[in-house]
Design a protein around this ligand. Structure first.
Ligand code: N01
Length: 547
């Protein structure tokens, strides 16, 4: 049977969305409006994606709450009150559950349904998708919304699994784990580690923080949102969303067009102190003089400023020095928002261990054994080990599913030296498979709800086009894929962020410091990315072959 012969309706679904998180829910809602047959599957027992999984104490987002919400429905905006400037995980999860109730999404979502394999069937132009329980679904199109950070990574310490206490990743925090009065070790000081460390420090008997490289943090500035403030915010939603649409990362912060060298050092320091003291830490890296994130010299001065502020907050100078990153400048990796993180290290029950000097040799039945050198070891006996060690980011969720495209080519094989995509939404050899949250997409580096709205809106327009024109096969052109990867590489290279070792460059995988940087996210900014997507619609999809 040829594709031309197969234009009758699919026996199965038209659209299968993988993932019921922030992105999948919005895409579902939009496709239901178009009246196509659509189903969402999610491996979790509840919807919410990231906000379902990350239940560790202290988990909250560091986007301003009123920007971390859907903008598509005035009614929804009117009926939801945010309680804090940076909402904690339970509030965000409630919000997403409310959205699913409000728009009657539940009947279209299958939970506890993990996709294991998806095979492209050329003869009939569809995907055959196999779930972990053996169920098979035929669908014309697959839309991937598995998230960026949904595959946690664990260190490869010998003995893992032999520990007699509780071992958990921040991502998998057990619902019944109470750390009160326990001896706890936390490994990792990225955004998750910083939050969990700050939250548990005064509840546990003893906390050992095991740090490899230090990461930069900035004051979060969280505070309750009063009813009056909420009313003011609600009245300004149009302006807030319009403003976010124009900023590079979809936040309310925008790089200052002024160069740091346009003002005096006194003025710079006054400005930075003002931001630091008044809880506008995010503005230190997203709203600062624009050369501070692009040029080594200005970035060094800013880093030294933040380092001095850390020194002022940590009583022990040696501990302070350990907490100041030496391998990258401020903002060259994603900065963690913090609320009292540095003061934790002034508590008697908290110890910072430098893993660069004393690495973990193994996990034992009682805790962690550290290597002190010269054959000496130190046994760290604890009740709970928390791995705040990050994720197999961006590509991990794709690698976990056995995607087989044209002629059986495997996506994880095609991407083994790094992902290549066309405008962040498709890869050659994988027709009818769209990535809403994937490598080299603008959604990957933006304030998430803002970023995914751009891609979902594009996808929805594309579905409208597909339906109206009776299209059964969409595959991107190789030359467009090459051009996009080159463009992303080029534009990313202008930012210092692209040159440090972090998940933005695929460096955080459990590969023991893989030196092969990958082009994981698009750093050209949301407005530019949105324009690029729009060009496809306006130009009749020149980067794709539609049949
Ligand atoms: O993960 P990370 P994360 N031995 O990769 C260390 C989002 N997020 O979960 O720097 C010892 O940033 C690693 O050390 P090093 C946000 O986008 C958002 O914290 O590689 N240590 C590092 O300290 C964020 O960027 C929010 O030397 C090991 C840490 O583990 C993303 O999630 C909150 C190790 C991992 O840091 C990921 O953050 C939380 C090993 N083998 C998360 N392997 C908010 O919105 C890794 N480490 C606020």
């Amino acid at each position: 049977m040829t594709i031309q012969d197969d234009r009758q309706p699919m026996p199965g679904l038209d659209y299968l969305i993988i993932g019921a998180g922030v992105c999948g829910l919005y895409q579902l809602h939009q496709l239901l409006q178009l009246g196509v047959s659509v189903r969402v599957v999610d491996a979790n027992a509840g919807l919410g994606g990231t906000w379902y999984n990350n239940r560790y104490p202290g988990c909250r987002f560091d986007s301003e709450s009123y920007t971390y919400q859907y903008s598509f429905s005035r009614e929804l905006l009117d009926e939801w009150d945010w309680k804090e400037r940076f909402a904690p995980q339970p509030e965000t999860l409630s919000y997403l559950e409310h959205v699913a109730d409000r728009f009657d999404l539940h009947p279209h979502i299958s939970l506890d349904t993990r996709v294991e394999r998806a095979e492209w069937v050329e003869d009939g132009a569809h995907w055959l998708v196999t779930m972990a329980d053996g169920e098979q679904v035929r669908t014309r199109f697959v839309l991937c919304a598995m998230g960026l950070l949904s595959v946690p990574t664990y260190p490869r310490f010998p003995g893992r699994g032999t520990f007699g206490g509780v071992e958990t990743h921040t991502f998998d925090w057990p619902a019944d784990l109470d750390i009160t009065g326990k001896r706890v070790a936390v490994i990792g000081t990225g955004a998750s580690g910083v939050q969990v460390i700050t939250d548990v420090a005064d509840k546990v008997e003893h906390l050992t923080v095991l740090q490899r490289d230090a990461n930069w943090c900035a004051p979060l500035g969280n505070e309750p949102i009063t009813p009056e403030e909420m009313a003011r915010l609600r009245a300004s939603y149009d302006e807030i969303f319009a403003w976010c649409r124009e900023t590079p990362a979809g936040f309310v912060h925008r790089p200052d067009r002024t160069l740091s060298t346009d003002v005096t050092r006194e003025e710079r320091l006054r400005h930075w102190n003002d931001l630091y003291d008044n809880g506008h830490g995010a503005a230190l890296y997203m709203g600062n003089y624009r050369d501070t994130m692009m040029e080594a010299g200005p970035n060094r001065e800013l880093s030294e400023f933040v380092a001095d502020r850390i020194r002022q907050r940590v009583a022990d100078p040696e501990v302070a020095e350990l907490l100041i990153p030496k391998d990258h400048g401020f903002g060259n990796k994603r900065v963690a928002g913090e609320s009292g993180f540095y003061e934790v290290f002034n508590q008697d029950n908290v110890e910072l261990v430098d893993l660069m000097a004393t690495p973990v040799r193994e996990v034992t039945g009682n805790g962690l054994r550290l290597d002190l050198g010269d054959g000496e070891v130190r046994d760290l006996d604890v009740d709970v080990i928390v791995y705040a060690t990050g994720f197999d980011a961006v590509t991990g969720p794709f690698d976990r599913i056995d995607f087989r495209g044209v002629d059986g080519v495997r996506l994880r094989e095609q991407w083994k030296d790094g992902p290549e995509t066309c405008v962040g939404v498709q890869a050659t050899n994988f027709p009818n498979l769209f990535m809403l949250v994937g490598p080299q997409s603008g959604s990957a580096s933006a304030n998430f709800p803002r970023g995914i709205e751009d891609v979902v809106n594009w996808m929805t327009e594309t579905v409208r086009h597909i339906q109206a024109n009776d299209i059964v096969r969409v595959e991107c052109r190789r030359e467009a894929e090459i051009a996009w990867v080159d463009h992303v590489r080029d534009i990313n290279s202008r930012l210092l962020l692209a040159h440090s070792k972090s998940w933005f460059n695929g460096h955080n995988m459990n590969l023991d410091r893989d030196d092969n940087p990958r082009v994981m996210v698009y750093l050209g900014g949301a407005p530019r990315y949105r324009r690029r997507l729009q060009e496809e619609i306006d130009g009749g999809y020149p980067s794709f072959e539609l049949r």
